[in-house]
Each structure stands twice: as C-alpha cells, then as structure tokens.
Design a protein around this ligand. Structure first.
Ligand code: SF4
Length: 77
C-alpha cells in the first residue's frame, strides 16, 4: 500500500479516460509502477501503490488521467 494511503487513510483511485492514446508516458514517469501495457493498451495495474505525486497527470499529453480519493474528490487532475 502506498505511503499516502497509509498516512491519511485515503483510498486513492487512478482513472484513465477514453481519450488516452496509449502513448505510455505515464508508465515511463510513474515511480511506483502504477501503470502497465496490456495488449498495447495502458491500464492501471497497481492503484494501491499510487502516492498521488501527480507525475502522470503532468506528463499525459491529452489530460486523460485523474487521481481522486474514495469520496470522489479530485486530488490531481
Ligand atoms: S500518458 Fe495519458 S495518453 Fe499516454 S498512455 Fe498514459 S493516460 Fe494514455
């Protein structure tokens, strides 16, 4: 479980919208290996390891990623 989840009791959700172009930038930038390719499509594979550092959101060229808490409030988008 990621540090932020442990410290704050958040249940961080990482979502990729349909406008994703599967460029893989989020895979390359994420230090926690949250994302992965499966059959040339990017998926969230390790949501529980997300520490909400926002690197994927900043790196995504099409604004396809949001990071939110379990209440649906955006942490980063
Ligand atoms: S960086 Fe954005 S567009 Fe690229 S694979 Fe990740 S979610 Fe999709």
């Amino acid at each position: 479980m990621g540090v932020i989840n442990l410290l704050y009791g958040w249940s961080i959700q990482v979502r990729i919208f349909d406008k994703c172009i599967d460029c893989g930038a989020c895979i390359d930038i994420c230090p926690n290996n949250v994302f992965a390719f499966i059959n040339n499509k990017v998926y969230v594979k390790n949501e529980e390891e997300c520490d909400a550092n926002g690197a994927c959101v900043r790196q995504c060229p099409v604004g396809a990623i949001i990071v939110r808490n379990k209440d649906g409030h955006y942490i980063i988008k």
